[in-house]
Design a protein around this ligand. Sequence first.
Ligand code: FUC
Length: 337
Amino acid sequence: MKVNVKNHEDNGASNFIGISIINGDRKISFLNYGARVCEWIVPDKDGKHEDILLGHEDPTDYLVHPYYFGAAIGRTAGRIRNGEAVIGSTPLKLTQNDGPHHLHGGSHGFDTLYFDHEIEEQEDRVSIIFNSTLDDMTDGYPGNLDIEIRYTYTEDDRLTIDYRITTDQETLVNPTNHMYFNLNGDLKDDILNHTVNFGNAEYGKVDEMVLPLGENGIIKSNEKTIAFRELVESPDPQFSQFNGLDHPFMMTEESVVLSTPNGRSIILESEDPVVVVFTSNDFNFSDATGRRFYPYCGLTLEAQMPPDDINMNPSSKTILPAGGTFAKRTVYQFNIQ
Ligand code: FUC
């Protein structure tokens, strides 16, 4: 395996550093800004190599498009109702960056940080270790935070994400990753031809601003694998309200399998209780290099604790005590079938 590091200083984008891992004819690329996964080039069953992630060639695009492409998300993924939460007896007032609500850690979330990086190379694997910090009360969260996000890519095309977060004061932590997959490759078709196996396909119902209602729904399907077309075009008001998905699905097994007719699949392995699936329902824009992003051009598989857990669950595990360390692992395994 080989590693290439590209400093984008030469084109005026002074703070951007791109890192690519080359695994034979496969390649995965990262960016220090937001500790992002930007590109993942893999073959299909006919040996055609294409990118299965949504990303931008010009890193300055990540500054202007608000969709968190490939980014690390934190301190807390998803929305917190009205930006309000109480930990212990301390009321928090978090940045309201999504109407009245708090979304994906606020305006200075992990996606906006320029991470330092280290590279560890071994024979069958490469790790990129991104480190950054957030100051006490940034976006209203107590605690100076140390953030380490370690991506490890192994020869068998397995991307492991290890999160390690420490705080000096009691705070909230619920990180995830916001890669958008399109296994058709190079965005050439939408994700409606993808299928997913969520186990029993129980999901959390949400209101019109994507806040949890505290009730679950079950997707009734004759097949164990559900077609995205069936979900996105469903007359169920839960899905028709967004013309697609923006919902937490319960992890009933330890993995979720995403597949396409071209043989590519991704298996998400996680110990988190939910995976949030967003199907880019409202996308309609082009980036600096003219790449066009359209409705259903990608979907996320965001492994995490439930959104707004702090307000929904009296024993929420999203509270990290002073001096505590949060650690979790999420794995995305690429396969060809
Ligand atoms: C997902 C969704 C949000 C938002 C964002 C870009 O995580 O839950 O609704 O649109 O991505």
